[in-house]
Design a protein around this ligand. Sequence first.
Ligand code: BGC
Length: 403
Amino acid sequence: MRFPEGFLWGAATSPHQVEGNNVNSDFWARERTSQGMERSGDACDSYHRFGEDMRLLAEAGLNAYRFGVEWARVEPEPGEVSRAELAHYRRMIDTALGHGLAPVVTLHHFTSPRWFVEEGGWLGERAVDRFRAYVEAVSGILDGVEWVCTMNEPNMLALMTSMARLAQDPEARKKWQSPTVDGGARPALPDPDPELGKLLIEAHHAARDVVRRRTGARVGWTIANQALVARPGAEERLRELSHVREDLYLEGARDDDFVGVQSYSSQWVNADGIEPHPPHPGNTLVGTAYRPDSLGIAVRHTHEVTGGVPILVTENGIATADDSRRVAYTAEALGHLADAISDGVDVRGYVHWSALDNYEWGHWAPTFGLIAVDRETFERTPKPSLGWLGEVAKSNALPREGR
Ligand code: BGC
């Protein structure tokens, strides 16, 4: 099964999850005020070791690396832009290009500077202007970058913002619940506030205008796709839920150059809402059902709602301690992706989550990486799954036994 000519094959990380010591960010603060969270600390020390991370990906055969720029580093105080930090991210871009990895650069991946949150965060009066100004500053270092994601999973960000608001209420539950962990073991997460969603769309469009004006990159944003499927009779409920959780954000991508699809699992919707992941020994380390078919559902849904905007799979993967399951999951997911491409869905590349075992938003146990990282020494050890994905990349085809 061959993939289209020029297909991107990559792996992804986000700054807060791998860099370490992101001390000016809101999430660093949250790690210290919420109960039940492990801390990011030095993370994977990728702030210093990004060269090694990229070399390992390139040596395996991949041709793309998705990483992010951390707003809290670039603009530690409102309006004070750090030239040194911009130079750091420029070095990352140059290093990727030097290794033959197409940089896929994310400008916002969940975390914001502390001062931004103190100003009211995404609900603050100046939010859109603040984000636009930050993107202006970063746009100056993006020469040679072909893929820019303004924001990661705005639909999850909206949800996290609502949860953070709840946590400030002394009556509400204080214990941190990562939206990405314990998918099945807890009550369904609240719906993201659509008003906040509209604001994030405005911020995305503002950033998109800047990137288009100041760079030659393709610009888009990346949406968390839950691959929701209706039980018989629950089609209307599915439409409502899809709208508030995903489609609003996909509609905001209709005039983008591409849309990022991020898919891990799938869930049923019945008349009462989203069914929790059924407890099963085969569930992943974040409690979600083992559903490699979700990627096919996700790209088809995205194609339909956006009206055919080119798709880049910007995240897909599995939290597992058993690397052979990672290979099996990915092989099956890629089979479903290939089928969707054959059916006419325009997909330009596949970027696996994650390059490294990293900080999973409050937890270290769920390991998504193609590369293991020693938490004491930061030594990197590529797993067999990295070699496997690299071979797929080099041949631009899925081995027959992988189907
Ligand atoms: C996020 C990542 C996260 C991953 C796995 C996505 O929601 O973009 O930051 O680590 O899923 O849960």
